[in-house]
Design a protein around this ligand. Sequence first.
Ligand code: FES
Length: 142
Amino acid sequence: MTELFAICATYEIDDGDARGFVLARLDDDGNKKPWPILITRQANNFHGFENACPHEGARLDTYPGEFFDKEGNFLTCGRHGAKFDPDTGACFIGPCKGKALTPIQIVIDDGDVCLLDVPLAEEDGLDVEDPNEMPEVLITGD
Ligand code: FES
């Protein structure tokens, strides 16, 4: 069964903007760990990434200044200024040029931005059944 976890409503992220969230995951030893992610939006295209700079692991949104430029062209890590493509997460300027943010799989479901099949430590989100698991409708010729 596919599990969805609603992060936020689509309208909560403006077009050409990005927003960070801190979720909780379980590590291999079963310990709860904070899991910072960010979601970018360009028109109706949403992309999700782990919020950890490939240079030194900093969260992109924890330093002063805007981490997403006003035109929505790039994300900036406030620590040393690396710039990333908001669609692919690829770093094109800065100390980690050639590396990329780690993508996370998201889907839009009924107006919500949702994580797909990510085991989280807290289950207070929206679990939605896979629509493909609904009973099949049989059409007979009688
Ligand atoms: S930690 Fe992000 S550019 Fe250095």
